[in-house]
Ligand binder design. Structure first.
Ligand SMILES: C[S@@+](CC[C@H](N)C(=O)[O-])C[C@H]1O[C@@H](n2cnc3c(N)ncnc32)[C@H](O)[C@@H]1O
Length: 182
């Protein structure tokens, strides 16, 4: 094998190893912050939004926005504006990149922040796919910050004790989705 090919192969392997390590560390970081990075299935997006059909220019907030697929979808299909809040800067980097590529970066932005340091008061819609122990801690913030009629879409897990505010359930084999109105 020519020597330059040997070095090319070696460098490629090192780059792949570096990327996998960074990605792995980012996943561990998300888990330590309270919820692992498990994206909402793209197949479910259409059905999830069919239930509420957000209005154009409505303010949409995604708490723990991952690669931003939910809010990007809502911006493209329904014309919402809003913010994704994500503690993992690597995921936010990808979310911004995809938003620019899909030309929705003027409508939505991604904030690198812990959700507990973020104020949701502007929201018309809040989307979350978070672990139950994180949801419980979020409820007092919702009560304090969210306006009347704000819709909360919780994918995967119910908001404990909020049965009276729940107006719809979208069942699914893997993760159901629960809808609440303030
Ligand atoms: C289950 S994933 C959901 C991602 C995205 N919402 C989706 O449905 O595709 C949860 C996300 O919340 C983020 N996260 C976990 N704890 C957080 C915290 N305290 N503040 C902000 N983001 C957090 C994780 O980094 C991860 O991207």
């Amino acid at each position: 094998m020519p020597i330059f090919l040997y070095y090319l192969l070696l460098i490629s392997e090192l780059i792949i190893l570096l990327c996998v390590s960074i990605y792995g560390m980012a996943l561990v970081f998300s888990t330590l912050k309270g919820a692992p990075y498990v994206p909402t299935s793209k197949k479910q997006l259409g059905r999830i939004f069919d239930v509420v059909k957000p209005k154009r220019k409505a303010f949409f907030i995604e708490l723990g926005s991952g690669d931003g697929r939910i809010i990007r979808f809502a911006a493209k299909k329904y014309g919402v504006v809003g913010e994704g809040v994500e503690v993992n800067v690597l995921l936010n980097f990808f979310a911004r990149f995809f938003a620019r590529r899909e030309k929705v970066d003027k409508q939505i932005s991604f904030i690198s922040k812990n959700i507990f340091a973020y104020d949701c008061k502007k929201a018309d819609y809040v989307y979350l796919f978070l672990m139950p122990q994180l949801i419980i801690k979020l409820l007092p913030f919702f009560k304090k910050q969210l306006r009347k009629n704000t819709i909360i879409i919780s994918h995967g897990f119910k908001l404990p004790g909020w049965e009276k505010k729940m107006f719809h359930t979208l069942p699914d084999k893997a993760f159901s989705t629960y809808y609440y109105k303030m």
